[in-house]
Ligand binder design. Structure first.
Ligand SMILES: *Cc1c(COP(=O)(O)O)cnc(C)c1O
Length: 230
């Protein structure tokens, strides 16, 4: 089931790449396993998946600890409060949701010396969505330059979570605006390789807009239970 879903998502990615004239291996798949247990991650791992994304820090740390024997690349893709930076710095390989210098500084300070630098994306609020975290496109270059200076972080790119758009063309336009933020940072001499955008519902438009990493949850693991408090 999970293996079949992974296969179907890989085919969607390949098709979107082909339609955009891009190499089929130019987009990485991040499997978003939030709310699903270690067994689901294990199943996806057994089907060949190696990179997983988690939103809720404590839930993630429990899962990472339970699966520590597996060579998984864990990405933090949820909001990070100051009091959670140490857990993130100690347990994850990547953080995609840096949107304040203060958080980046804490992550760098708290990254254990025996681990490689933490791989970082800056979260950009590309469409001005009201409830979303993320730095504005105007502030993204300056934050990227500051983050790139931090000794225990390696800046890899930007990520965004735009509001759902009415159709493919509108969605692609928003993703293209994220690509232009990415290009503006690269033009400042920072060698980015990761443009993280696109989820189960809009990964095709994101790839048409230049995504190099799609973050896919429900299309792999199924529908998530709605939290009782939502
Ligand atoms: C939950 C989540 C995803 C995956 O969403 P799906 O619609 O289930 O594919 C991707 N990115 C972030 C930041 C998320 O929180």
């Amino acid at each position: 089931m999970i293996a079949d879903n992974l296969h179907a998502v890989a085919q969607r990615i390949a098709q979107a790449c082909t339609q955009s004239g891009r190499p089929v291996d130019s987009v990485r798949l991040l499997a978003v396993s939030k709310t699903f247990g270690p067994e689901a991650v294990q199943q996806a791992f057994d089907a060949g998946q190696r990179a997983f994304g988690e939103n809720y820090i404590q839930e993630a740390v429990d899962k990472i600890t339970a699966l520590s024997a597996l060579p998984i690349e864990w990405h933090c893709i949820g909001p990070i409060q100051s009091n959670k930076t140490r857990l993130v710095a100690e347990h994850f390989q990547w953080v995609q949701t840096v949107d304040r210098l203060k958080i980046a500084q804490r992550l760098s300070d708290q990254r254990p010396p025996h681990l490689p630098p933490l791989q970082v994306c800056i979260q950009v609020n590309v469409d001005g969505g009201p409830t979303k975290s993320g730095v504005s496109p105007q502030e993204a270059v300056a934050l990227a330059q500051a983050v790139a200076e931090l000794p225990r972080l390696q800046l890899r790119g930007i990520m965004c979570i735009p509001e759902p758009a009415p159709d493919f063309i509108a969605a692609r336009a928003v993703f293209m605006s994220a690509k232009s933020v990415f290009d503006a940072i690269v033009a400042q001499g920072l060698p980015l390789d990761t443009l993280s955008m696109g989820m189960s519902g809009d990964l095709d438009a994101a790839i048409a807009g230049g995504s190099t990493m799609v973050r896919v949850g429900s299309a792999i693991f199924g529908a998530r239970p709605t939290p009782a408090t939502a």
